[in-house]
Design a protein around this ligand. Structure first.
Ligand SMILES: Cc1cc2nc3c(=O)[nH]c(=O)nc-3n(C[C@H](O)[C@H](O)[C@H](O)COP(=O)(O)O)c2cc1C
Length: 223
């Protein structure tokens, strides 16, 4: 698989097979992903990898809190700006509409939408979870570095026949996760990522999200 194929075939997978991923494969992906660039070579990423019993335990703690706290614990950062303007607002809306359309959930069916969203907290069935954290002293530049590290992981996963779903939704359970993973107090959770083998039969995985035309986001001068 070449880089273009990895970039093009990466998608946010929302239904995984339970097939385990060998630990060595995950280690190799992370080992290769660490070549990501970072300003000043700070390498500001921290990643916690969970599978098997430790993952089951974390998921069951989160699930046990759903009945009393269905919306979670609040986030430490704004996952989206509080008042998204255009064109971002429409893009976000359409992304949700297109996603729910793949599984025939109507706009007014709030319960079904919520149930689908809640599958985030079962990693959409993936056998491996990655949780990404960053030192609280870091600023925007280093958050970008963390993003590049995550993208490397997502592309390298494709090379191994694996798929991923980055999951900021985990930010609403940051206290539970920080406690469960015993994160040092200087680290804050950014997001999670599901990793595993895609369920090829699942309709939700047929979503191919839109992208704006090149001229909408790229300005060329002298080229
Ligand atoms: C940082 C980040 C966090 C995301 N969080 C979630 C999430 O919590 N749940 C989810 O289903 N998708 C999540 N996504 C997936 C986006 O919705 C997805 O990347 C976008 O719609 C484009 O689709 P694609 O990844 O399939 O190309 C996240 C993506 C990124 C980059």
């Amino acid at each position: 698989m070449n880089v273009s194929e990895a970039v093009d075939s990466r998608m946010s997978c929302r239904a995984f097979l339970s097939t385990p991923v060998p630990g060595e494969v995950v280690r190799n992906i992370l080992q290769a992903a660490k070549r990501a660039p970072s300003g000043g070579n700070l390498q500001p990423w921290h990643v916690y990898v969970l599978a098997g019993a430790p993952l089951d335990e974390l998921l069951s703690v989160v699930h046990s809190k759903f009945p009393t706290n269905p919306r979670g614990e609040g986030t430490e950062y704004d996952v989206y700006p509080p008042r998204l303007t255009e064109p971002y607002r429409t893009r976000r809306f359409k992304c949700g509409e297109d996603l729910y359309a793949t599984i025939n959930i109507a706009r007014d069916n709030k319960t079904a939408r919520w149930q689908q969203f809640a599958k985030n907290f079962s990693l959409f069935g993936a056998p491996v979870a990655l949780f990404f954290a960053i030192d609280r002293q870091m600023g925007m530049g280093q958050w970008v570095d963390l993003g590049m590290f995550m993208q490397n992981i997502m592309l390298l996963a494709r090379e191994q026949g694996l798929h991923t779903c980055p999951q900021e939704s985990w930010a609403v359970w940051h206290k539970t996760i920080e406690a469960n993973l015993q994160l040092p107090s200087n680290l804050m959770l950014f997001c999670g990522m599901a990793l595993g083998y895609r369920d090829e039969a699942a309709p939700i995985n047929r979503l191919r999200t839109d992208r704006a035309e090149l001229d909408e986001f790229a300005m060329f001068r002298g080229l």
